[in-house]
Design a protein around this ligand. Structure first.
Ligand code: CP
Length: 312
């Protein structure tokens, strides 16, 4: 694998290998000395043109724990703010001998465009409304551990509901692809205004009625309402949105026995998810965050690692 731009780059064998290696990487998280020599001498630039807490920090931690030199660049504070183009910025950094870029950008397709320009390897850390592949991998990793912990079997036949602002969600697009690769059934739940045109051709069930599908789903993944990407009125009021699509305490109680809650974060508590649901015993939200480091270590190792001394 040269780049990770989309979950379409991941077949079942590669996905399983990334999840399996992440299980081993996760053990580093609980060690007093969190360091492996696997990527010693490699240079990774995390370049973020959009805000991030989880993705940027976990990629930086992942690179450091693998002994890579990691550098963070944000648009604010770089020469992008003086008008330098994306292409010139990336070619400039590439000329310094970078091994990999982890890039987040507001434009769909930006990561693939960058990959076509630079010699370094590229990981898509979120491009507009297109994809966020490492988020889908960490979600799958968290679900797999939840299923294993409760003797619920594998992904085959599981129903995963992805609920809310599907229209603006790169997390939803990546999860639809990866969950189908793993064998789950995906149910997309959104008001018609927040369901992308053509979603009915993505190979998943599509509905506007959350309550109709809630008690049949093994995973309920709530999506953030992305106000910053909304130019117009996509729903009448926040209160009405919450009534129809929020994971309220009442819906939390109506979930299938053994089902779990995911949210990629950041959460809008009281809008798409109640605090009762976010902090419930069956909420996997903080496990998802922890999994982010292990998955990103595994992805960086798959892209940049050598065979020698990787895990010691
Ligand atoms: N889930 C996610 O991508 O979070 P950040 O925007 O904080 O990176």
């Amino acid at each position: 694998m040269r780049h990770l731009l989309s979950c379409r780059d991941l077949d079942l064998t590669t996905t399983t290998a990334i999840l399996d290696l992440a299980e081993e990487m996760q053990q580093v998280q609980s060690r007093p000395v969190k360091k492996l020599p696997a990527l010693r001498g490699r240079t990774i630039v995390n370049i973020f043109f959009e805000d991030s807490t989880r993705t940027r920090t976990s990629f930086e931690i992942a690179g450091k724990w693998l002994s890579a030199d990691t550098i963070n660049v944000s648009a604010k504070g770089s020469s992008v703010s003086k008008g330098e183009s994306l292409r010139d910025t990336m070619l400039t950094l590439d000329a310094m001998g970078v091994d990999a870029f982890v890039i987040r950008h507001a434009s769909s397709g930006a990561a693939a465009q960058v990959a076509s320009w630079v010699k370094a390897q590229v990981v898509n850390a979120g491009d507009g409304q297109h994809e966020h592949p490492t988020q889908a991998l960490l979600d799958a990793f968290t679900m797999r551990q939840h299923f294993a912990r409760h003797d619920l079997g594998g992904f085959e036949g599981k129903r995963v509901a992805i609920v809310g602002d599907v229209l603006h969600s790169r997390v939803a697009r990546s999860n639809v692809i990866l969950q189908q690769t793993l064998g789950s059934e995906v149910v997309l739940v959104a008001p018609p205004t927040l369901m992308p045109t053509g979603a009915d051709t993505w190979g998943c069930e599509v509905t506007k009625d959350f309550d109709e599908v809630l008690d049949s789903c093994d995973i309920v993944m709530m999506l953030r309402v992305q106000r910053e990407r909304m130019a117009g009125g996509f729903f009448p009021t926040e209160r009405e949105y919450t009534e129809a699509y929020g994971l309220t305490p009442e819906r939390l109680a109506a979930m299938k026995s053994g089902a779990a809650i995911c949210h990629p974060g950041p959460m809008n508590r009281g809008v798409e998810i109640s605090s009762a649901a976010a902090d419930a015993a069956n909420s996997l939200v903080l496990e998802q965050v922890a999994a982010g480091v292990a998955i990103r270590m595994s992805v960086l190792y798959h892209l940049l690692g050598s065979d020698e001394g990787a895990m010691h």
